[in-house]
Design a protein around this ligand. Sequence first.
Ligand SMILES: C[S@@+](CC[C@H](N)C(=O)[O-])C[C@H]1O[C@@H](n2cnc3c(N)ncnc32)[C@H](O)[C@@H]1O
Length: 313
Amino acid sequence: MIYHEPVLLKESIEFLNLKKDGIYVDATLGGGGHAEAMLRNSQIKQVYAFDQDIDAIGFATERLNKYRNKLTMIKSNFEEMRTQLALHRVSGIDGILFDLGVSSYQINDAGRGFSFDKEAELDMRMDKQNETIAKDILKSLSVEELAKIFRELGEEQAAYKIALWIDAERKIKPIQTTQDLARIIEKNMRSNPVLVIKTKARIFQAIRIYINRELEVLDTAMEDAVNLLNQNGRLVAITYHSLEDKIVKTKINDAAKGCICPPTILKCMCNQKPRVKILTNKIVKPSEGEIQINRRARSAKLRAVEKLPGGLR
Ligand SMILES: C[S@@+](CC[C@H](N)C(=O)[O-])C[C@H]1O[C@@H](n2cnc3c(N)ncnc32)[C@H](O)[C@@H]1O
């Protein structure tokens, strides 16, 4: 089974600049494609691999069995990375990869409820132990709250109108499945089919990001990752939509900038020094060849930084 085709594989491994006895983190294990490429380098010491999805941990444990001595699987949200690594007595790392979002397996597995063209309970949790599933929020949140999610996390212009359609429908019967939600959008939109599909994609994306707190945890984890890096350690992040990319870009720009004094102050008072050097002044994108083989790669953007000497915290 192809669980997930890794995106920008060669580029991300090159940017990680794997070194002898290095300790690495794959923050988003998925099917283990990137982790396997790290582990193929026999000189590295250990890879700590995180995923909050038990299916990913199960699949990759089997796939990467022959590397088990150098691989530590951690079934956890990467927002817990600092604590989890501390439990394994790791306080510094030589590189970390974030390959964000959902895997092809999660999208294609109808039962997970991520896809608007596969009938399933409206679930969308990456971590099946979380209590709230997508259909719960369509039941419990107000029109205003739903509209805010669609506008801010789906960048949907008709956010309020769509929240009103949902509200009208749920007064008649509960919205339980992916198709219940998809049909509300189809029924109310009198536009061309391409626009309907794009709208469904934006609404499903918004709910998915909300349910999994994707932006919130990324913000925390990026900060922790920069702090965990040893001198000359590398952070590589692959994003798939503008909201994720904005967080990664802001975090690495802040870490590269150092001084955070307001521009009106003539002499620096904060004494903060740059902690990282940006390695990707030009964002790295997949080649046309990769996009042709793997459509999922089309929106990918890779950014990378290196920890500076003296940038330790
Ligand atoms: C794009 S896939 C990674 C694919 C992987 N690089 C590969 O080569 O197969 C993203 C994976 O990260 C996991 N994930 C996303 N956000 C996470 C988070 N906050 N904490 C832990 N795992 C997360 C998802 O469950 C999914 O399995």
